[in-house]
Design a protein around this ligand. Structure first.
Ligand SMILES: C[S@@+](CC[C@H](N)C(=O)[O-])C[C@H]1O[C@@H](n2cnc3c(N)ncnc32)[C@H](O)[C@@H]1O
Length: 286
């Protein structure tokens, strides 16, 4: 049995729980024949929103296990970079990209530390920005990575209202933060993300404008699909208990299972909605 910080064990754990070929750690679009196709349907929607063409440079902030960018590179011929706080994710993603023969690079980095000499055509986040304490700081920084006329895409849940519904969501978030903290104390690198917060859609679009973007479009995604996506992760976690426990040990397995179960509680259409927001930088010149 491996220790919880072993690269191979953690990678195996997460890829088995998330499932499908691309191991997305964000909503799928359901209704297709296989889990992989459900994941691809979400990624096709992203490609359509970003108007991806061969050779476009895409930056995936919070790239998870690298499945999104690798699929987009294989299917749409884009190139690019993915960053994540988790080195295991980047190592796995680089191996995956190599296997698919696509020109991608995955690096462990906080977005605040990421710099580039060559501007990107698009920057994307899927299920990530809730971990950023200041969304405005992030959007201002994203401007610097993009070429003039470049596009930003953010898929994230939004609070339906900033007051009443927020309290339910913040209770669920507080419970998740508590699990993270206890998980760290238990010695597992459970989830390394910083605690953040959800905002309303109006708050997010106002921040995008403040950062100098023109908001192009908001495409709502199905909360029912997100709920079922996360239920799938919880089911995998429970169904594969014996082999996952073998990988990480019982304590760490239990922390991760609790983490997924608590996350499931957050996906609640009485308090939250899920959207893909796209926003563009103005073109330079006349
Ligand atoms: C829920 S996962 C989503 C992964 C991926 N976008 C997907 O849809 O499969 C969150 C990801 O955001 C990354 N992340 C969180 N905070 C970050 C930060 N400050 N800088 C860079 N990556 C971050 C985590 O390391 C993880 O890869």
């Amino acid at each position: 049995m491996g220790s919880p910080s072993d690269t191979a064990e953690l990678t195996e754990f997460f890829t088995r729980v998330l499932g499908g070929e691309w191991h997305l750690y964000s909503s799928h679009i359901l209704g297709h024949a296989t889990e992989t196709e459900n994941q691809q349907a979400k990624l096709d929607l992203i490609a359509e929103r970003l108007d991806l063409r061969p050779g476009a440079r895409v930056l995936d902030i919070g790239c998870g296990w690298g499945g999104s960018l690798t699929y987009l590179a294989s299917r749409y011929g884009v190139t690019g970079v993915g960053i994540s706080l988790v080195p295991q994710q980047c190592a796995y993603a680089n191996r995956r990209a190599e296997r698919h023969g696509v020109p991608l690079e995955f690096r462990p980095s906080h977005w605040q530390d990421f710099e580039t000499d060559e501007p990107f055509d698009a920057v994307m986040t899927t299920g990530v920005v809730v971990h950023f304490p200041s969304l405005l700081d992030y959007f201002v920084r994203a401007r610097q990575w993009l070429r003039p006329g470049g596009i930003l895409l953010n898929e994230e849940m939004h609070l339906l209202s900033a007051d009443a519904s927020a309290s339910r969501a913040s209770r669920a978030l507080a419970a998740l933060d508590d699990v993270r903290k206890k998980g760290r104390e238990a010695g597992g690198r459970l989830v390394v993300d910083e605690e953040g917060n959800y905002v309303t859609l109006d708050e997010e679009t106002a921040l995008l404008r403040e950062a100098g973007f023109e908001v192009e479009r908001v495409v709502p995604l199905s909360m029912a699909d997100y709920q079922k996506t996360v239920e799938g992760w919880v089911d995998n976690c429970e169904r594969l208990e014996a082999e996952l426990t073998e990988l990480t040990g019982r304590d760490v397995y239990r922390w991760y299972r609790l983490y997924f179960r608590l996350f499931r509680r957050l996906i609640d259409d009485r308090t939250m909605r899920l959207d893909v927001v796209t926003a563009r930088l103005p073109n330079d010149g006349p």
